[in-house]
Unconditional design. Structure first.
Length: 118
């Protein structure tokens, strides 16, 4: 039993590390998008960022608004905390989708404004 617990703990740790690295990547993507929108630096990277975030959104929709890593991590933990599968403060893990969707939408509004108004 102890061996199985240790194996599950290691698998969960690995998932948490990967999940956190992906979260960092998407944080950079979304904040670059906001920066580019505010500074009117609409370039190919803006479109790549938008595509990546939309792709991430489609994955979340496919998994009923859960990250696939969260679904996988659930096999190795029965924790009820929002951050059981990622190295983030619990409040940020809880509101992550709301915060980042809001930033993304604001960025899209600014990009659209820049493109329409010039």
């Amino acid at each position: 039993m102890k061996v199985m617990f240790a194996l599950n703990k290691n698998k969960l740790l690995f998932i948490k590390i990967i999940h956190t690295l992906i979260w960092i990547f998407f944080s950079v993507v979304i904040f670059y998008l906001l920066y580019a929108a505010i500074t009117n630096k609409i370039d190919k990277w803006v479109w790549i960022c938008i595509g990546l975030v939309i792709g991430e959104g489609l994955v979340l929709v496919a998994f009923k608004m859960f990250c696939p890593l969260t679904v996988l991590a659930r096999k190795y933990s029965n924790s009820t905390k929002e951050n059981f599968d990622i190295f983030l403060p619990n409040w940020l893990a809880k509101y992550n989708k709301l915060i980042y969707t809001t930033i993304f939408c604001i960025s899209l509004i600014i990009v659209t404004y820049r493109l329409v108004i010039g």
